[in-house]
Design a protein around this ligand. Sequence first.
Ligand SMILES: [Zn+2]
Length: 274
Amino acid sequence: MLKRAIVVVQEHLKAAGLYSGPAHGIADPATDAAVTRALARRQAEIPPGALGFPLRRRLVMMLQLICRDRGIPSDPIDGYWGQVTQTAWDSLVHLMDHGRLPPPWRDREPGEANPNGWPRDTGDQSAMRAFYGQPGSPPIRKVTCPWPLRLAWNPAERLTHIGVHARVADSLGRVLAKVHAHYGTAELKRLRLDLFGGCFANRRKRGGTSWSTHAWAVALDWDPARNQLTWGRDRAALDAPDYDFWWDAWEEEGWVSLGRSRNFDWMHVQAARL
Ligand SMILES: [Zn+2]
């Protein structure tokens, strides 16, 4: 059992007046006795005979009850550290570290709308070629960004426009206008959405052999340093609830976030379906 989990149990026992030793993460005899006293108060919630279970299993039961008391699903209260308990523990740690539970990301399915009829980027990419032409030399149109942008890899360099494929320019303009109207310049800066990671790049997919959607200039990267290619939602900054409106604005126009859909490359949003 994790030392920090034992510390959490000990702090809980101290707060309940059942334990007066240090919260040092060591399951010593004083902790053992205190866990039994605490579980004895909650026998209706634990299996019959649970007070006689091995200490490790009683500690896990105690932790499951602590999670339950905070509204974190941890059933059954059985003292086994399986997937449910692992998820409950992760939520409890998030609560302790950030003062709130992690957002229920499974509820936030990416939108299905595709009002502009963006093509699918699959297989031999023939749908991409049919819609956007050959990769590597897209017809670029410049779209004004309503807030000042900086190049992510060289923040001293300012940008006022984003060059994208002409067929996505109007849609991009609508997304940017909507986002700016909602957040405002200062908040967009605070959210690091002024750090632009680029659009057109004549290259293959990283870690793949087909053409990157960047080769058609129909993909944009945002704040790459905090949303790295291989990072999932446990690390990527763009998964936070503050960005819900941001993603909704893109998805209403049919753009696809690889982070929201596939949980990698959170920096990347594209006018192509999966
Ligand atoms: Zn990208």
